[in-house]
Design a protein around this ligand. Structure first.
Ligand code: PHE
Ligand code: ZN
Length: 873
């Protein structure tokens, strides 16, 4: 049991530190089990107060002020804090000598060893596991770093520009020195040292400065860095054109490591990446991998301005850097690939990851007001919903004003630790608009629901649109105020073209956009000659749930005719979701399944549309997930009915589409070598979506086609595409086994194999996963492997929410085990329980008892404690 309840931290308690730290000189003497760190800090007192520094699991060796050793009684070291009771009132140098143990660090926060490589991860609070410090983002300093290590560790990297390196005479050790001229918070500090291979290149910035680029990887993997390097150069030039932002150091280095809790990290001038987001070759990485690499390289690079040059005042402001940087990387991908496809994919991600969070016990505002463990707030809400808020502001003021606001933001706050208020003030000042009501989006949790009523008067030609908004209660927030929502819309005439929009009291609308600000608001459109079909929230202009009165035939009509590609897709999604929901209910009630014919026919028309591109067709074939169906059912969900109902409807649709699907297969054969360009990835996504549906309609044919694809695969995309298509076929097991035998030397492909194995949608998933925990290739200490197998199980809806509780038990066992190895990974796995209350009584009882068992674990980390208590509350 938890000995004491972990402390909650509140936004309202923010106060600057009594001392600023302006400069840090570090000597890091690397050793696997005892690394010695000497830090010299230039301290500037702001007021007279004790100096209280963070430090976790460190061995304190000495404390010196201005060259004078402090006697023991002048400081105390307990509860992860070092308190120096009295410090000088004028600027002084504080020197602290400390030791840490990188080898014992399985939490992967602070300085750790991964496959013989020393690596740091300081965000959010890892620096304190490396050196005593004011470890918070509003304490910004310049850094000089000297790394010393054995000659067996040849590459020594840190932030900023390289100063010099050399041998340490008379020893088998050497050193390197780095200088970072840009003041930064401790969370952006990084150090990497190891026997790594380097792939080098250069980039010339818009003002003509030459930047040395380096990607450091495990030796032998040099041939898998080309795509990442190309993506980096594309990102650097995009930020120049799109936002006028130039790179600001002589070097930009990236290191790929195989043990990493998250995707990647934006340390100043020295990004560290989970190697799955660097390494790619046509035969080892899928199209999705390529696009993700491009996107994450861009994301981390863009942080150089949004995050590093302007950082966060405190961790409550996390969305200031993350939401904004996700928005920037979304715009990047939209510009260099397909904007409509990107928008649909982002909304899919939002619905699959953020909506369940926002509609469950873990709901929190984009800017939370309190937390126990900040690592639990790197969430889809902060990232993806945070990006939606930036997008809505851009929609409200228009692209030119948004760019002006961004320029103002960089102008005003460069070199500062800023707040969300600072950012939104720039939006207001640059546009002259009032964002007071809009700010609620940052403070109110929950997904708003907009209820739509329409009335058309054929005599007066008036189309009346009544919108009522509400946001359901979320933990700690019972009552919600109306939000300010930009809603793009169109009135679609019988021939499929958009009718002109005349808003009563306003006139002709230049932009087809209305702003909903009241709880209920009526919009009257005049001169509407014929009864139109409403297309609302085009391009998903506001991250809300639209509850319409639209009939199936309106949806079928929009699916074929809406000029907004997003809403064509959306219409198809809501029709399919409806069918799946009805099918799940029908299975529960022993009634016949709904008729999917009209939908299948409409989908057939889309497939036949010569104007629609292949990527769009593929997205139309990707029907809503089981999780979405469960969310739509809301309560008393039986996950078997969800799965079986969905599978049955999908098979029926696929049978109707078989000739069209065969046609799609025939028209997407590979004729050239692999390239990850937009056209080719679109073509392949259509190919494997079609194959998956063929397999749903006819298991044997699907298996035969997949076997052909796998005999001499064109690319990794083909291998994964073909295998994923037939996972539900019990006879496909040998193909999975063949994949493992082919790729068992490649750890990233072994991860893919574990993930596919966990996703197999056949009964008994929990038992199979439990057996795989004993597989010689499974390990608990590599986050990617745990995410693949345990995360794979919680992503398998009917497997995780199995009626006998076996899924919950296996995941709970894993959480308990991971708690003592890596609390961040453990708590991520604990979020798998977030939707447990949607399920039926038997399932809920199993889930609850497993969570209570986790809660009773001795030495439970604050990370897991916080997630489980909030989930149970
Ligand atoms: N700041 C990283 C990003 O989103 C994420 C991250 C957070 C990585 C914490 C590691 C630790 O770009
Ligand atoms: Zn980020």
């Amino acid at each position: 049991m938890q000995t004491e309840t972990p402390k909650t931290i509140f936004l309202k308690d923010y106060e600057p530190t009594p001392q600023a730290i302006r400069h840090v000189r570090l000597l890091v003497d690397l050793h696997p089990t005892a690394t010695r760190i000497v830090s010299d800090m230039q301290v500037e007192p702001r007021k007279s107060a004790p100096m209280v520094l963070h430090g976790e699991g460190l061995e304190l060796l000495s404390v010196t002020i201005d060259g004078v050793d402090l006697a023991d009684h002048r400081y105390s070291h307990k509860n992860d804090l070092l308190t120096i009771a009295e410090v000088p009132s004028q600027s002084f140098t504080l020197r602290i000598e400390q030791r840490c143990n990188p080898q014992a660090n399985t939490a992967l926060s602070g300085l750790y060893l991964t496959s013989g490589v020393y690596c740091t991860q300081m965000e959010a609070q890892g620096f304190r596991r490396f050196a005593f410090f004011h470890d918070r983002p509003d304490v910004m300093a310049t850094y000089d770093v000297r790394i010393e290590a054995s000659l067996a560790v040849p590459v020594l990297l840190s932030n900023g520009n390289h100063v010099r390196s050399g041998k340490i005479v008379g020893t088998d050790r050497h050193f390197a020195e780095w200088h970072d001229p840009h003041p930064k918070p401790s969370y952006l500090f990084a150090l990497v040292a190891g026997d790594l291979a380097a792939v080098l290149d250069t980039f010339t910035t818009m003002s003509g400065r030459k930047v040395a680029l380096g990607i450091y990887v495990e030796k032998g993997k040099e041939d898998r860095c080309g795509w990442a390097m190309e993506s980096l150069k594309t990102s650097m030039s995009w930020d120049e054109t799109a936002f006028g932002r130039e790179y600001d150091l002589d070097v930009f280095n990236i290191v790929a490591v195989s043990d990493f809790n998250m995707g990647a990290m934006e340390n100043k001038g020295l990004n560290v990446f989970n190697d799955k987001y660097i390494l790619a070759r046509p035969d080892t990485a899928t199209d999705t991998d390529h696009v993700n690499i491009e996107r994450i390289i861009a994301h981390e690079y863009f942080h150089n301005w949004t995050g590093n040059r302007i950082t966060c005042r405190d961790w409550f402001q996390l969305c200031l850097k993350e939401g904004l940087t996700v928005f920037r990387d979304q715009e990047f991908t939209s510009d260099i690939r397909s904007r409509p496809v990107k928008r649909i994919e982002d909304v899919r991600t939002l619905r699959a990851r953020q909506y369940p969070e926002d509609q469950g016990p873990l709901a929190h505002p984009v800017r939370p007001a309190s937390y126990i463990e900040i690592n639990n707030f790197y969430t889809p809400t902060v990232y993806e919903k945070g990006a939606e808020l930036c997008r809505m502001m851009q929609t409200l003021i228009g692209k030119p004003a948004f760019r002006k606001a961004m320029d103002l933001y960089f102008d005003r706050h460069d070199g500062e630790a800023a707040t969300v208020e600072d950012f939104v003030r720039c939006m207001a000042d640059a546009s002259g608009r009032d964002f007071a009501q809009f700010f609620r989006w940052y403070e109110q949790a929950g997904t708003p629901v907009v209820e739509v009523k329409t009335r058309y008067d054929a005599k007066t030609h008036v189309f009346e649109l009544t919108l009522a908004q509400s946001t359901p209660p979320t933990p700690g927030q019972a009552d919600k105020l109306p939000q300010h929502m930009p809603l793009a819309l169109g009135l679609v005439g019988p021939d499929g073209s958009d009718l002109p929009l005349h808003l009563d009291g306003v006139g002709a609308l230049n932009t087809p956009l209305i702003e909903l600000t009241e709880a209920t608001q009526v919009f009257r459109f005049t001169d509407v000659a014929k009864r139109p079909v409403l297309s609302l929230n085009r391009g998903f202009s506001a991250p809300v749930i639209i509850k319409g009165e639209a009939r199936d035939d309106d949806h079928l009509f929009l699916m074929g005719h809406d000029s907004d590609g997003f809403n064509r897709w959306e219409a198809a999604q809501s029709l399919a979701r409806d069918l799946f929901v009805k099918a799940a209910r029908a299975l529960g009630d022993g009634k016949p399944l709904p008729d999917a014919k009209p939908f299948a026919q409409a989908l057939g028309r889309t497939l036949a549309d010569p104007d629609a591109d292949m990527a769009f067709k593929a997205l139309m074939l990707e029907l809503p997930s089981e999780a979405e169906v469960a969310a739509a059912l809301r309560t008393d969900v039986n996950s078997d009915h969800v799965r079986n109902g969905r599978m049955a409807i999908r098979a029926a649709i696929a049978r109707d589409l078989l000739p069209a699907l065969d046609g799609a297969m025939a028209s997407t054969r590979e004729t050239t070598d692999y390239t990850p360009d937009t056209q080719s990835t679109g073509r392949r996504s259509l190919r494997y979506s079609a194959l998956a549906l063929i397999a749903a309609a006819d298991a044997n044919r699907g298996l035969a086609l997949a076997t052909v694809e796998l005999a001499k695969p064109h690319s990794m995309t083909a291998e994964i595409g073909a295998l994923s298509a037939v996972l539900s076929n019990g006879d496909a097991a040998p193909l999975l086994e063949q994949f493992l035998q082919r790729h068992r030397e490649d750890h990233l492909l072994v991860d893919k194999w574990f993930m596919m194995a966990a996703h197999v949608p056949l009964p008994g998933a929990a038992t199979r996963v439990e057996a795989l925990l004993q597989h010689p290739l499974f390990t608990w200490t590599t986050p990617n492997r745990v995410y693949a197998l345990i995360g794979g199980l919680s992503g398998n809806l009917a497997g995780f929410h199995a009626e006998d509780g076996a899924g919950y038990r296996v995941v709970a066992d894993a959480i308990v085990r991971l708690n003592s190895i890596n609390p961040q990974v453990a708590s991520r796995m604990a979020t798998g329980f977030r939707s447990w209350r949607q399920f039926d009584t038997a399932r809920k009882a199993h889930a609850e008892s497993q969570m209570r068992r986790v809660l009773a674990t001795p030495n439970l980390s604050p990370d897991v404690f916080e997630i489980i208590t909030r989930t149970l509350a």
